[in-house]
Every structure is written in C-alpha cells, then in structure tokens.
Write a protein that binds this ligand. Structure first.
Ligand SMILES: Cc1cc2nc3c(=O)[nH]c(=O)nc-3n(C[C@H](O)[C@H](O)[C@H](O)COP(=O)(O)OP(=O)(O)OC[C@H]3O[C@@H](n4cnc5c(N)ncnc54)[C@H](O)[C@@H]3O)c2cc1C
Length: 397
C-alpha cells in the first residue's frame, strides 16, 4: 500500500508495479482527487540540478530526473519545454554565491551551464539586468499534475488502484503485515510506503518513529503578471538565493501554459493546507510551535523571516525584489496568483533539512522530506524508494 497520491506516491507505486507483475498495489489518498497539494501547486520548473551539494541525493536524482522526465513526457504526449533559466547577480556581494552555484552545477553535471557577464544578459532575457549571471538551457517547465496523472494511468494499466477520499488515520504493525485504518475502513497490507508530503510526520509519529525531523509547512504565494506585460519575461529568471536556506528566492517563471508568475514567498504557516494565509489548525500550530527546532530556526533566520513577512504582506515589496533583476516591472503589472504549501523537514537544532529523507518503521517506509526538486526527481527517487522497499521490506520476494 502507498499512502498519498502526489507525484512521489504515484511514481513509487508505478515503479513497483513495473517491477513486480502480480503484486497488488493500492494508493490511498485523503483528498477527492490526486495531486491536490504540493504536486499541483508548484512552480512547474524542471530543475537542472544547479543548487544542490555535490554528492547529495538531491544533486544526483535531480540531474538524472530532469533528463528522464523530458524523455517520459516526450513518450507520453505531455507538453514539457526546455525554455531555460537565468540566475542573475545584481550586486558584488552576490558574486561569490553565483561562483558557488557555477561550481556546484558543473560538478553535478548540469548540461550546458554557462557564465555570462552583465552585457550578455539581454541576449537571453532582453529586459533583465545584472552584473553577472548563470544560464541553464536545460531547465524547463511542465505541469507536474499532468505527469502525476500519467503515472496514475501507468499504474492502472498494471492493475494497480488509486482510492481517493481515503485518508489513512493509523498504521499498526500486526503479524507480518500492517493494519491500516482509513476513511473507508481497515485494510491489512503486507507493507506500506507513506508519501504523505506535508503531512508525513503525522503518520511517522503515529507509527512510533523518531519525531526528528519535524515537517513544518511553508506557504508560497505567487503573483500573476498581466498578459499585456508578459513579454518582459521570456522564460525563467531567478535571483542568487540565500545559501543558508533551502528556498530559491522569489523568481519569475513562464509556465507551460505561457503565464508568468512571480513567487513563491516562503512563510511558515499554521497548517499543511494553509492556501489562505489565515487558515490554521490548533493541532498543527501546536506541533510547529512545540518543536524546539522552530524557535532555533526563528532565532537564526529572523532577518530572512522579516523579509518573507514583508513579501507575503505587500505586493509592492515582492515586486520590488523582482525589480532588482527586471527593472521595468511595476506593482500594477501584477494581480494575485495561486499559492502552495511546502512540507519542509526541520531538525531539533533549527536546521532546515536539505536532502531527501526516507526512514523505516517495521514494515513501513516513510518519505519524510521530499521538497523541491522532488517533482523533477520523481522517477529516480521512486526507483530509490522501490529499491529500499525490496531490500528492507522484502517486497516482491
Ligand atoms: C510552492 C511550491 C513550488 C514548488 N516548485 C517546484 C518546482 O518548480 N520544481 C520541483 O521539482 N519541485 C517544486 N516543488 C516541490 C514539489 O512540488 C514537491 O517536492 C513534490 O510535489 C512532492 O510530492 P509529494 O508526492 O511528496 O507531495 P504532495 O504532492 O503534497 O502529495 C502528498 C499527498 O499525500 C496525501 N496525504 C497526506 N496525508 C495522507 C493520509 N494520512 N492519507 C492519505 N493521503 C494523505 C496528500 O493529500 C497529498 O495528495 C514546489 C513545491 C511548492 C509547494
């Protein structure tokens, strides 16, 4: 049984169904439809693998995942476009950050990565300005919800099933299986793989695992560039990110539908489904506030926190940040856009866990941290989870 029909749960179920003919696989999803959360509300960027520490899972699986995803989309008639990305340094103080990104991207094997000086920026993005930039032609865009649907269709073709409106409440080891209580009753599974995104630590804690790391929700809001101003952005323009944080900074993205979005912001919120800023649930809030790592994070990154608060509260402030690299942008060029909520693992010491994390309790594997670029990396990440399920849970024996 797989819990969660986001892109990771569906990719994992698909991978296992391809390896083991005759294995009965069911995906249980709490919402009435698949890909309702992070998968359906991302920036839709197929990352090329620039940012991630060489040797990390993120670095390896992102580079492999991007190449495999383009191929998968081409084979399945899903529109994906390598429209490229520019990371722009606008001040001398950002040059060392840009150097580090160039070093990481090169070491990670990102195809076609090229350093530009300020005068070359307008060859790629005529309205962008800066003192230096990195250009990644292999970065692209896709609709990850469409990819997740295709994974679901592959699973169905292999006689696997997806059950929506079927939230899992508890998982308890029983005999050589797992007793799963869910909204539609009780099911005995021989093994469970939980891919519950921003809700992942609920299941993991209920299953008796180490409460560290805790998953905290970060809301990301976007602004939409008015269509009559959309020619200011050809493809994807990003700032040099804060190296201390796993977020990439508010960026301009021309999605696969041609719309240009500015965002996302990154504000810690009171529920994993806080699509509206005011939404909070007492138990979620208590879990976040009661975690010592939350306070250590706030103490360490209070400056970045204030900036994010300003960006979340004021359209002008968010647009001013983007104006540093596209000076012609004005607040009046934007209208409110969509929002998403990231699940991000936070250690007890206040560190935001950077890499993907998968852990085990009894006959269950738990994907505990699958933030960006997990959607890009979904195909090889699913292989890694399936390998562990075979080795540690004996699936397919
Ligand atoms: C604003 C934003 C921008 C992003 N941009 C990018 C990007 O450009 N490129 C990129 O590669 N990645 C991006 N990401 C990250 C990417 O979206 C995620 O890494 C990826 O979608 C994670 O997939 P998932 O399946 O783990 O999580 P989700 O898509 O959140 O799926 C988890 C599923 O589990 C279900 N679930 C939870 N608890 C239960 C339960 N108890 N029982 C049953 N079902 C349950 C949920 O309803 C949900 O459907 C972005 C994320 C956000 C939020």
């Amino acid at each position: 049984m797989v819990v969660g029909a986001g892109i990771i749960g569906l990719a994992t179920a698909r991978e296992l169904s391809r390896r083991h003919d005759g294995l009965r696989i069911a995906v249980l999803e709490r919402e009435p439809r698949i890909a309702r959360h992070q998968t359906g509300s991302s920036s839709g960027v197929i990352h090329a693998g620039i940012y991630y520490a060489p040797g990390s899972l993120k670095a390896r699986l992102c580079v492999e995942g991007a190449a495999e995803l383009y191929e998968y989309c081409a084979d399945h008639g899903i529109r994906a476009e390598r429209n490229g990305k520019l990371i722009v340094a606008t001040a001398e103080s950002e040059l060392s950050g840009l150097d580090e990104l160039e070093r990481r991207g090169t070491e990670n094997g990102v195809p076609g990565l090229r350093r530009l000086d300020g005068s070359q920026i307008d060859e790629i993005e005529p309205h962008a300005q800066g003192i230096a930039a990195l250009h990644s032609p292999a970065t692209g865009v896709v609709d990850f919800a469409e990819v997740a649907s295709a994974f679901g269709a592959d699973l169905a073709a292999a006689r696997g099933s997806v059950h929506t409106g079927c939230g899992v409440t508890t998982m308890t080891g029983e005999g050589d299986g797992v007793r799963v209580e869910h909204q539609q009753g009780t099911t005995m599974a021989s093994a469970v793989i939980a891919c519950a995104g921003a809700w992942s630590d609920r299941l993991v804690r209920a299953a008796g695992a180490d409460p560290e790391p805790r998953v905290v929700p970060f809301r990301g809001a976007y602004l939409r560039l008015r269509p009559e101003r959309a020619d200011l952005v050809r493809a994807n323009i990003y700032p040099v990110p804060d190296p201390e944080l796993p977020f990439l900074g508010a960026h301009l993205t021309r999605g696969i539908d041609g719309e240009v979005l500015l965002g996302p912001t990154a504000l810690m919120v009171g529920a994993p489904d806080a699509y509206r800023l005011r939404r909070m649930r007492r138990s979620d809030l208590a879990a976040t506030i009661g975690w010592p790592g939350t306070w250590r994070l706030v103490r360490r990154h209070w400056r970045a926190g204030i900036t994010e608060l300003r960006h979340a509260a004021s359209r002008r402030a968010l647009v001013a940040a983007a104006r540093r690299y596209v000076p012609e942008l004005k607040a009046a060029d934007f209208v409110a856009g969509p929002s998403g909520v990231r699940g991000q693992a936070l250690g007890r010491d206040g560190s935001l866990v950077d890499d993907f994390v998968v852990s085990r309790t009894g006959r269950a594997l738990h994907v505990r941290n699958a933030p960006s670029p997990a959607a890009t990396s979904s195909l090889p990440l699913a292989r890694l989870i399936a390998d562990r399920a075979e080795a540690e849970l004996g699936i397919g024996d």
